[in-house]
Design a protein around this ligand. Sequence first.
Ligand code: HEM
Length: 234
Amino acid sequence: MPPAQSKTSSKTPSSALSRHRIWDLPTRTFHWALLLCLVGAVVSVKTGRMQAHLVFGSSLLALVLFRILWGFAGSQTSRFRSFLPRPKAVLACLKAFFQKNSPHIGHDALGGLATLTLLAILLVTSVVGMFANDEILFEGPLAPLVSQTLSDNLTFIHKQLVKVVIALVSLHIAVVLFNLLYKKDDLVSPMVFGKKDLPPPLARQAKTLRFAPTARSVFCLLVSAAVVASVVLL
Ligand code: HEM
């Protein structure tokens, strides 16, 4: 069953709020590790450290593969089916975009759409990067499998996709800050500590959330890392 994405009609006094776990440790670790890898990938390429770029890019790909597995096998709020962005729900979210005091558990429809879009573009960008070259000494581990012309074209596409990624991440951060500063909805501390202050109806639903065992996330991470390592090292 998807976690709740309901609204409270009036402002809930802070004394009525109670703190509940909504995000599991693997999803939170994934998120901040993803940030680290993306920043590392951008900085290393700008400073000409292509081996480091390969390490950050491959780690980013492994993280995205992990998150895809976790979207099927993870905790309730992290599963794709709990935040599949249905068009009506996205429209409703857009209409309520400026409405304050609309807490939810997990991603709302817009958050779900952003999550899937970011994961998809990060996946394509990092896979395409595996076929790219820097026109000097460096080439991605899969570049020898394609012709020079195709590798050059994929390099161009990789660079364009990186611009889209940076634009989407900037938008993502802007929306998170908008939620924090204008809507007074702090999404950041739940993504750091896992817990969120919820009004009574949502608190009741939060108590029924199911969390997957952390050992399962280690297994998913090992599978993702093995897939990427076999591509990079073989
Ligand atoms: C490289 C930069 C970043 C990328 C690629 C990124 C990507 C993502 C992704 C994929 C999710 C979905 C999480 C999941 O369900 O697994 C997410 C959620 C989230 N991110 Fe980021 N993020 C970035 C930077 C940031 C930063 C700097 C902040 C804080 C200011 C932030 C705050 C959040 C929050 C609060 C959520 C949860 C949103 C919600 O509750 O719906 N992100 N991010």
